[in-house]
Write a new protein. Structure first.
Lengths: 106, 106
DNA sequence: ACTTGTATATCGCACAACCGATATGTTTAA
DNA sequence: TTAAACATATCGGTTGTGCGATATACAAGT
């Protein structure tokens, strides 16, 4: 147990959240995730997740981009995101203070 | 992929946070975790985690309780919690709004 | 045409979280 | 002193997340 929490299990949730705001490509997601986590996730991490989420109907491919596939959240995805967020808040209900201490990112 | 986020990987983090506020026993932790997650984690989940965290020096057994072992956070545990929290906030930096919408629990 | 850089995709694998079942004390009640 | 209830502890096994390596596709520059 190297460090207390390698934050596994958050990837799908975070991708769903990111895609719910802007349509994004796999590469864009890798960059943003890398920015937040400190290390950029490998292709073998991101693309299978996107595939699984597509198969679940939570995101949908939209044609934009030259050589990029952009993904967008679907209605089912929004529903899933809503319930996952509720669960998340329920678990981390007492972290509001910590968030308040930090100014919002750009 | 049953649901978007089964919140795996956050148990140690959450236990560390709970124990940092009040000294708690394994059973008390199971109850509180169950309250938050919806399902009470099994003994086979909680006790190995407590053992590992003790081995890491993040929590320490304190004698209180009749037939319960209470655990308390250590200095090393506080340090670990601080860095983990920082990482957590960095990943979920844009969830402040969601937290603001929810009133604090008792 | 050929190379280079970028993005997507897939495969096998490692590792850790978590569970279910079970065993071992330990306290309270009868 | 037995029995019941409770808390702790351990073991084996399952699941799934994420990684490394590799392959494919395509655009742009030379």
């Amino acid at each position: 147990m190297g460090n207390c929490c390698d934050m596994r299990g958050f990837l799908t949730f975070t991708v769903l959240r990111l895609v719910s705001k802007n349509s994004m490509s796999g590469e864009e997601l890798r960059q943003e995730l890398g920015r937040r986590k400190g290390s950029k996730p490998s292709p073998g991490t991101v693309y299978p997740v996107l595939k699984a989420m597509s198969a679940n109907g939570w995101i949908r491919e939209v044609g934009h981009g030259i050589r990029e596939k952009k993904y967008r959240i679907t209605a089912a995805g929004k529903k899933e995101l809503k319930s996952a967020t509720k669960k998340f808040i329920s678990i981390f209900c007492d972290m509001k203070d910590e968030f308040d201490k930090v100014s919002a990112r750009s």
